[in-house]
Write a protein that binds this ligand. Structure first.
Ligand code: ZN
Ligand code: MN
Length: 477
């Protein structure tokens, strides 16, 4: 039987706010002492009243717009009741039947093909605390309890682990573009739950699924989906497909999923409207203001780069992934007036390599776009060779933050295109290598490269290779 894989993703992303979702505690759990950022509201003390964080709402809404969701006139908050030690309130404040936004979509690209993935909803909620299991018990750190989250739920539109990873990656790029979340997975700011099921190909109904909880990297997302597909495929082949929705976890050491529980439905959570919060309305004026502040989205930028700059798909992908990198590229283009392809290639090969070795982001790059533009212009005008630009000169610019023109002058690196000087050296080289010259004249033209190399070496790489070629050819007759 041919089986088809059905995948839907829930993504939790921490909204980039200074304070928590419903209190004024700092939302920066990173680097804080355990339980430093807590107060009676996020600790669920009786009688304490939550207050909605306006910044979280605005950033949630702008992310929703970027995902092309519709934002209804009002939404509301609900209590999702469950008991677990990471939740001091005994419930999570989430949004149940009236979410902040619904019905969006994004386009992903896998194996050179575009595919639209529907977004069911994006809603707001607060996060739980962090539990650390130790020998004699469990440690609770509530710094993260109450931090603002957006939950982005996809339609079950993905058909492979690769599509799921591409979708997750695109969501990360988009929420970062609009400044809604830093989505740093190493800091737990973005987590995935993947629902996976199989069905006979051609069938349209959905069968029982397994929801894999809390995956925290693209790699584990793919690995866990692959594993789950394999496990369920076996059950189908044995004629006893899974007949209940279940929740599973991922064991990194075993690279396998493990059974946690039968999946709880909405009824199990006893949702009811949060009595301490009013409905959340967003005025047309605020929505318009947010809409007009939307930056150029990654998909639009990619299209523009391909159209206007004729860049390769791989370069476009790389340059647009991070909006700061895209800005760096475009700022360089303001100075470097020639082929954008060369600018792109210099950034994606040389600059990204240097930054990677230093574990730096593009906004920490010691070479300014202006200086890079000047460097590339110097190559284009023949002042310096490309190798020199990539090597010695760029290194110096990177280490000392100096302008390329200054370095070229200081070190006397200006490329020599003056035929007189090159001819003088070339004559010396030919005289010193009469054997090779004789070989060349007897038809072994391969030694030509050797002779050119000797001239280049004597001129310490400063000679214009094109001119050297011409001169040596001429002298050899
Ligand atoms: Zn608090
Ligand atoms: Mn959630």
């Amino acid at each position: 039987m041919e089986l088809e894989t059905i995948i839907g993703l829930e993504i939790h992303a921490q909204i980039a706010t200074n304070s928590k979702m419903f209190c004024s505690c700092s939302a920066n759990a990173y680097n804080a002492e355990p339980n430093e950022n807590t107060c009676p509201v996020c600790m669920g003390f009786p009688g304490q009243l939550p207050v909605i964080n306006a910044e979280a709402v605005r950033k949630g809404a702008i992310a929703a717009m970027a995902l092309q969701c519709t934002i209804p006139e009002y939404s509301k908050f609900d209590r999702k009741n469950y008991f677990y030690p990471d939740s001091p309130k005994g419930y999570q404040i989430s949004q149940f039947d009236k979410p902040l936004s619904e019905h969006g979509k994004i386009t992903i690209r896998v194996n050179g093909e575009d595919k639209v993935i529907g977004i069911t909803r994006l809603h707001l909620e607060d996060d739980a605390g962090k539990l650390t299991h130790v020998d004699r018990g469990t440690l609770c750190d509530f710094n993260r309890a109450g931090v603002a989250l957006m939950e982005i739920v996809s339609d079950p539109d993905m058909r492979s682990a690769a599509e799921a990873a591409a979708y997750a990656k695109e969501i990360q790029v988009i929420v970062r573009y609009v400044g809604a979340s830093d989505a740093d997975m190493e800091k737990g700011m973005m987590r995935f739950d993947a629902s996976v099921s199989l069905r006979p190909k051609g069938d349209t109904k959905l069968y029982s699924r397994a929801e894999i909880k809390n995956l925290n990297s693209f790699k584990t997302l793919e690995a866990a989906i692959e594993y789950e597909v394999g496990r369920q495929r076996k059950l189908w082949e044995e004629g006893k497909p899974q007949d209940k929705d279940i929740t599973v976890g991922w064991k990194e050491e075993k690279q396998a999923t493990y059974f946690m529980r039968e999946k709880e439905g909405a009824d199990d959570y006893r949702y009811f409207p949060e009595p301490d919060l009013p409905p959340l309305g967003l005025s047309e004026a605020i929505l318009n203001e947010l809409r007009s502040s939307l930056p150029e989205l990654p998909a639009v930028r990619r299209g523009r780069y391909i159209r206007d700059f004729a860049l390769s798909e791989a370069d476009v992908e790389l340059l647009t992934e991070d909006k700061d990198l895209a800005a760096y590229f475009e700022n360089t283009l303001k100075v470097a007036t020639h082929d954008p392809k060369k600018v792109a290639s210099f950034i994606t090969t040389v600059i990204l390599r240097f930054l990677k070795e230093d574990a730096k982001d593009i906004d920490e790059c010691p070479v300014s776009p202006e200086h890079l533009g000047e460097l590339l212009n110097a190559v284009e005008s023949g002042k310096i060779s490309n190798n020199m630009a990539k090597g010695e000169i760029f290194e110096e610019m990177y280490l000392k933050g100096k302008s390329p023109l200054e370095i070229i002058k200081e070190k006397g690196l200006e490329q020599v295109s003056d035929t007189g000087e090159i001819e003088k050296i070339a004559n010396e080289v030919l005289a010193a290598h009469s054997d090779q010259v004789a070989e060349y004249k007897s038809g072994k033209i391969k030694v030509f490269g050797f002779l050119v190399g000797q001239v280049m070496a004597r001129m310490k790489g400063r000679a214009n290779p094109g001119v050297v070629n011409d001169v040596v050819k001429k002298l050899l007759g």
